[in-house]
Design a protein around this ligand. Structure first.
Ligand code: NAI
Length: 278
């Protein structure tokens, strides 16, 4: 066996049906790429049909078969239909990655209830709806190695950013939802874990990095000295989803290049400059 094949098999994800939401772009797409590298059978869910088709074409151009369902994760009816299609065409899903998310900036004293509810709906309620729709399939693997659910939350679940509307509240909810899934379905072989990314360059955040000086200033805020890439999250997601993380349950992994450890380093002290500031 070559080293490359041995590495690809290490996560034991070959032929497993892996459903990824928000898979047409950014972190979700990178997670799908990583799962494919490990031989998984991909099911891509996203509401952006055009981007989704482009992603599927990108995979098939490289000989990777990925099935796709254009679907709004806030619609229970669409999710139930998607889950039935997956069961019929691929068999029961063994991995679910909840990643589809949105940002709606807004000040607490002026944002609309519609914006608040939309963020909660996509970033929190839909994570529950997806878990519910694929729950029976996931639990059906209880005697065959179990199943893995990975929810992409955010460092914002712990540290609110002003004018970010309901984003932090929704992401904090995801952390608790994940732990509740773990304790309700753990006996049925389902593990549920969270990744909280820090600053990752994706189409969602691309506009921010087009401003001069932002990239460098943000890089200085991390211990690793750089802004993260979608692959930084994808590799962790594949591990958490895999049987190699078989006893990791109800956990959260912060993947932020050490940004959240830098708080005290940013406090001004006479005689000392915060790291990166001369
Ligand atoms: P992105 O905008 O590149 O990708 C998000 C995908 O989700 C898009 O393809 C979009 O069409 C899809 N989507 C949105 N609402 C949907 C819905 N209702 N139904 C189906 N699909 C839907 O964004 P990115 O950056 O890849 O974000 C992915 C996740 O990572 C989100 O949950 C986000 O909150 C989280 N995150 C991102 C960070 C970053 O710096 N980019 C940092 C921390 C967390």
């Amino acid at each position: 066996m070559t080293t490359e094949i041995a590495c690809a098999q290490w996560l034991q994800l070959q032929h497993k049906v892996c459903v990824v939401t928000g898979a047409a772009s950014g972190i979700g797409l990178a997670i799908a790429e990583e799962l494919a590298r490990h031989g998984a059978r991909l099911v891509l869910l996203d509401r952006n049909a055009e981007l989704l088709n482009r992603a599927v074409e990108g995979f098939s151009a490289r000989g990777i078969k990925a099935s796709a369902v254009a679907c709004d994760t806030t619609s229970e009816a669409q999710l139930v239909a998607a889950a039935e299609k997956v069961q019929q065409e691929q068999g029961a899903a063994q991995v679910l990655i909840n990643c589809a998310g949105i940002l709606r900036a807004g000040a607490l004293d002026s944002m609309s209830l519609d914006d608040w509810n939309e963020v909660l709906s996509v970033n929190l309620s839909a994570y529950w709806l997806c878990s519910k729709a694929f729950g029976e399939q996931l639990r059906s693997h209880a005697t065959a190695g179990g199943a893995g659910v990975v929810h992409v939350a955010s460092i914002a679940a712990h540290f609110p950013q002003a004018y970010s509307g309901a984003y932090s509240a929704a992401k904090a909810g995801v952390c608790l939802l994940s732990r509740q899934i773990a304790i309700e379905w753990g006996a049925d072989g389902v593990r549920s874990n969270v990744i909280s990314p820090g600053m990752i360059r994706t189409p969602l955040s691309a506009g921010i990095y087009s401003h001069p000086g932002i990239e460098l200033a943000r890089a200085h805020m991390t211990a690793s000295g750089r802004v993260g890439e979608p692959e930084d999250i994808a590799q962790v997601a594949a591990f958490l989803a895999s049987p190699r993380a078989g006893y990791v349950n109800a956990a959260e992994l912060v993947v932020d290049g050490g940004m959240s450890a830098k708080l005290m380093d940013m406090v001004p002290r006479p005689g000392f400059s915060p790291a990166g500031v001369s």
